[in-house]
Write a protein that binds this ligand. Sequence first.
Ligand SMILES: NC(=O)c1ccc[n+]([C@@H]2O[C@H](COP(=O)([O-])OP(=O)(O)OC[C@H]3O[C@@H](n4cnc5c(N)ncnc54)[C@H](OP(=O)(O)O)[C@@H]3O)[C@@H](O)[C@H]2O)c1
Length: 266
Amino acid sequence: MNPRRYALITGASSGIGAAMARLAVSNGCDVGLVARRADRLEALADELRASDARAGVFMADLSQAGAAQKLAGEVSASGARVDILVNNAGATVTKGFAGTALAEQIAFLELTVVTPAALAHAFLPNMLARSWGRIINVSSIAALSSGAKGNTLYPAGKSFLLKFSQSLNAEVKARGVHVTAVLPGFVSTEFQAANNIPMEGGGATRRFSQTPEEVAQEAWARNEKGHEIVVPGGPPKLAAAFMRFLPETWMRALTRAAAEKYYVGE
Ligand SMILES: NC(=O)c1ccc[n+]([C@@H]2O[C@H](COP(=O)([O-])OP(=O)(O)OC[C@H]3O[C@@H](n4cnc5c(N)ncnc54)[C@H](OP(=O)(O)O)[C@@H]3O)[C@@H](O)[C@H]2O)c1
């Protein structure tokens, strides 16, 4: 009998990451759960162990320099062999770029850019050696936008995840490792509250929102089929098609008008 697959999921303490962890277990995997809030991770691990899965907890602040290497060491020391990596942990810096400390912007880049690349680099050799692996990088539909005031590095960071996923998939797909960038639209999670994003003007956006379970399911299923870019849900797919094919000047005007209501200033 095949040993159970092991999925390491970052940002598993809430939202899309927690949904991914439940989905991984329902697909017969053991899981490693990563985030800062240990109490949330322990509660989820207890829930998942009741389904006879092995669930490990790794408390880590992935916005710190060197966090990915430290985490990879801890995962290896636990005896786990990562088959599936879900780079999902994420946050944003809502305020304007000039008015925030450089350390805050660098922490954003560590979390969004450096950590996912370093974790993929750490676990890829074993996946390639076994000719089987799955990497899911949770980007955002913002990767396709022209950017706007506030959240200044967010579209750039999420674009990095999109392009990184594509290049890596080109490199390793034929060797059994599927790499997928997931570009959700609005998802009902703790993300807005956790990042102080004002939601008063977000009525229309929220009407088309998805649940984290819907995002996780489409991402998981289409990664398995080898899809390189996944925009989960109907309305976000339509929005993504517009964003790809509209002239840049139109896109810019639309993106910036839409983002204005979320801008919190310096
Ligand atoms: N919600 C949306 O509308 C939306 C849309 C597009 C893309 N996304 C992306 O989806 C991903 C998941 O977000 P979500 O919507 O599920 O939001 P969420 O409920 O706020 O979850 C974010 C997760 O990331 C973890 N995290 C944040 N900072 C971290 C850090 N420094 N170190 C370790 N873990 C950290 C959080 O855990 P702790 O706080 O316990 O550390 C939490 O588990 C993010 O990458 C986000 O950019 C979300």
